[in-house]
Design a protein around this ligand. Structure first.
Ligand code: IPM
Ligand code: MG
Length: 367
């Protein structure tokens, strides 16, 4: 088989600096028998600055052809006043939509070394290991009609929440499949009490469960109650499946359970390609953090763990993914902390680059 290809899109803000650390990790695997063909391109504000668009057609085509795409972050205050259609975020949304990456996996795992760092009590978060499966290509992010229109003497902002049965069914299947490899439990979240799209969501998830996954334990929750339960006792969950907007909100909340948004990776997966690998884009859940960009303060772990997810889901290298995750756990246990992880319990403060180097050294120790 030919060397697998990875397209790296560092993007804006802290994206490039965390991606520099991921490249050290990719290079380490290259030196240790697992080479990748890596290329790099622009997305978001960086692409806008160079080409006047947050994603060129050429970059889109390269993303479609790559075995996996790794993205840093997009956006920043410099682009706040741009037309909506060329804002940095549109580049990311175009990638998700055109690659049809409907299943966004956002694990929230609390590393033991960080259990005291969460804003919640240790016993609430220690050992936490849940995954939010967020629908990523439909719902209110893409529904039509949308826009800002004039009605009478004022303007009206319009977005549409819209889900087809097949869109719900395919993300539900992704969640049930994942649950079977974990603790076999799915909780589906919507607002069936106030939204027709929520009523259909609940019906379809229930049908797919009964017909194809009766062995998996299924429960339903209204998304607002789900947010409350996530903070009250998150360990009651295994896999949560929810729509695009609720998933956006719930995954930020779940991130904080783990201590820092700088820790959370994600995988966005679509249908299998001709080579059997799923269409895939991996990115940290955190944003571009323009306030700390370029200062060596960013935590590269979310992006490095996103590469671990690529090893697992795109390249069938589960053992190597475990090894990389163990290396991350090792450096955290050793007390290394980027600025976002400096809490009352101290630890030794390291830069973005030093954190990347330490993870590579921990990988060396396992080789
Ligand atoms: C996320 C982000 C994106 C989203 C933005 C950057 C478009 O918040 O991936 O969670 O809203 O989906
Ligand atoms: Mg978000």
């Amino acid at each position: 088989m030919s060397t697998p290809s990875i397209l790296i899109l560092p993007g804006d803000g802290i994206g490039p600096e965390v991606m520099t650390e991921v490249r050290k990790v990719i290079d380490w695997f290259g030196r240790n028998g697992l080479p990748f063909e890596v290329s790099e391109d622009l997305v978001g504000g960086a692409a806008y600055d160079a080409h006047g668009t947050p994603l060129t057609d050429a970059t889109m085509a390269r993303a479609q052809a790559a075995d996996a795409v790794l993205l840093g972050a997009v956006g920043g205050p410099a682009y706040d006043d741009l037309d909506f259609g060329v804002k940095p975020e549109r580049g990311l949304l175009r990638l998700r939509k055109e690659m049809d990456l409907f299943a966004n996996l956002r694990p929230a795992q609390c590393f033991d070394a960080l259990a005291d760092f969460s804003s919640l009590k240790r016993e609430v978060v220690a050992g936490l290991d849940i995954v939010i499966v967020r629908e990523l290509t439909s719902g209110i992010y893409f529904g039509e009609p949308r826009g800002i229109v004039v009605e009478g003497n004022e303007r009206v902002g319009i977005n549409t929440q819209r889900y087809t049965e097949s869109e719900i069914a395919r993300v539900a299947r992704a969640a049930f499949e994942l649950a079977r490899k974990r603790s076999n439990k799915v909780c589906s979240m919507e607002k069936a009490n106030v939204m027709e799209s929520g009523i259909l969501w609940r019906e379809v998830v229930t049908r797919v469960h009964a017909e194809e996954y009766p062995d998996v334990e299924l429960s339903h929750m209204y998304a607002d109650a789900g947010a409350m339960q996530l903070c009250r006792w998150p360990k009651q969950f295994d896999v949560i499946v929810t729509d695009n907007l609720f998933g956006d909100l719930l995954s930020d909340a779940a991130a904080m359970l783990t201590g820092s948004l700088g820790m959370l990776p994600s995988a966005s997966l679509g249908a299998p390609m001709a080579n059997g690998r799923p269409k895939a884009l991996y990115e940290p859940v955190h944003g571009s953090a323009p306030d700390i960009a370029g200062q060596g303060k960013a935590n590269p772990i979310a992006c490095i763990l996103s590469f671990a997810m690529a090893l697992r889901y795109s390249f069938d290298q589960g053992a190597q993914a475990d090894r990389l995750e163990a290396a991350v756990e090792r450096v955290l246990a050793d007390g290394l902390r980027t600025a976002d992880l400096l809490g009352p319990e101290g630890g030794s403060h390291v830069s973005t680059a030093a954190m990347g180097d330490a993870i590579v050294a921990a990988l060396d120790a396992t080789a």
